[in-house]
Design a protein around this ligand. Structure first.
Ligand code: HSE
Length: 307
């Protein structure tokens, strides 16, 4: 059995407009790399972090916390070293903490001969994710680990549904270079919502799930609407409405906040439209003083990949 594994741990988009805390999908072109190594010395050690300034103490690092949770449960006859080559900026809204939390447990599981299924890996990864967002949610972790679109049917007990990915669906993203902490963007949300908004939202979630199953792009367009969270969070993201208007005008099926922001995602039918959308949103942000990055990505149906 191998003693070392190198993986690509992808960025992800949580919520997918209408599915706050339950829906997510996996990106293809953005992600971290990690090396996980078996050691004779017991315990979990983070030995290298490149890209961003993050804690080396396992108990303070999301990759370390998820690794420790799994390690304490499995009690393997070895230890592990983790190297993190961080490419996803923390606080970007595209699952930076999830990529780390999922990557460590995925790598350890592979080195131990895959004793755990993907749901159990997600369960341990949630312990690391909770360190970053102060709450256990799996809507970034599940698509990172399973790939494609996922729906968290229940967090306790953890139940994850894999949804189909229409083959011509592409994501466009803009990441304004400001940081929004998930904990802070959760704190501004109302604890209760009007029944009429709840009805609209669950109708959209059901419709989106149906649309993914039937590759119905018109219905995807209709369903990509968030009447519950976006009205509150969009104030945290400069020029959100201008980006959304430009994206829809350029042909995007929908546009919404990626996770807790500040990134904004769009879904489009076909790469050409996704690229036209990218141009349109670049034009919006080029007029501002805020630095930004944009990406076009196919939906990654595989999730974390062994390199
Ligand atoms: N569903 C979570 C939120 C994702 O929107 O707060 C955070 O990455």
């Amino acid at each position: 059995m191998e003693n070392e594994i190198k993986i690509f741990s992808p960025a992800t988009v949580a919520n997918v407009a209408c599915g706050f805390d339950v829906l997510g999908f996996c990106l293809d072109t953005i992600g971290d790399e990690m090396v996980i190594r078996k050691t004779e010395e017991k315990g979990i050690r983070i030995t290298k972090i490149e890209g961003y300034d993050l804690p080396f103490e396992a108990e303070k690092n999301v990759a370390g916390v998820s690794a420790l949770a799994m390690y304490k449960d499995l009690k393997p006859d070895c230890g592990f070293e983790i190297e993190i080559y961080k490419k996803i900026k923390p606080g970007s809204g595209i699952g930076s903490s999830s990529a780390s939390a999922a990557g460590s447990v995925f790598g350890m599981n592979a080195l131990l001969g895959y004793p755990l299924d993907k749901t159990k890996l997600t369960y341990f990864a949630m312990k690391g994710e909770a360190l970053a967002s102060q709450c256990e949610h799996a809507d970034n972790l599940a698509p990172a680990i399973f790939g494609g679109f996922t729906l968290v049917k229940s967090a306790n007990p953890l139940q994850i549904l894999e949804l189909p990915t229409p083959s011509d669906l592409y994501a466009t993203l803009i990441h304004p270079q400001i940081e929004i902490k998930t904990s802070e963007s959760r704190a501004i949300l109302p604890k209760e919502i009007p029944l009429s908004n709840a009805i609209a939202q669950w109708a959209n979630v059901g419709s989106l799930v149906h649309a993914l199953h039937t590759s119905d792009y018109d219905l995807i367009k209709d369903a990509l609407n968030d009447v519950v969270i976006e009205p509150y969070r969009k104030q945290l993201i400069p020029h959100f409405d201008a980006v959304k208007n430009a994206a829809l005008k350029a042909g995007a099926l929908g546009c919404a906040i990626s996770g807790s922001g500040p990134s904004i995602f769009m879904l489009s039918k076909g790469k050409a439209v996704a690229e036209a959308v990218e141009e349109a949103i670049k034009n919006v942000y080029s007029e501002t003083a805020i630095a930004f990055e944009t990406y076009v990505s196919k939906i990654n149906t595989e999730g974390i990949q062994v390199l």
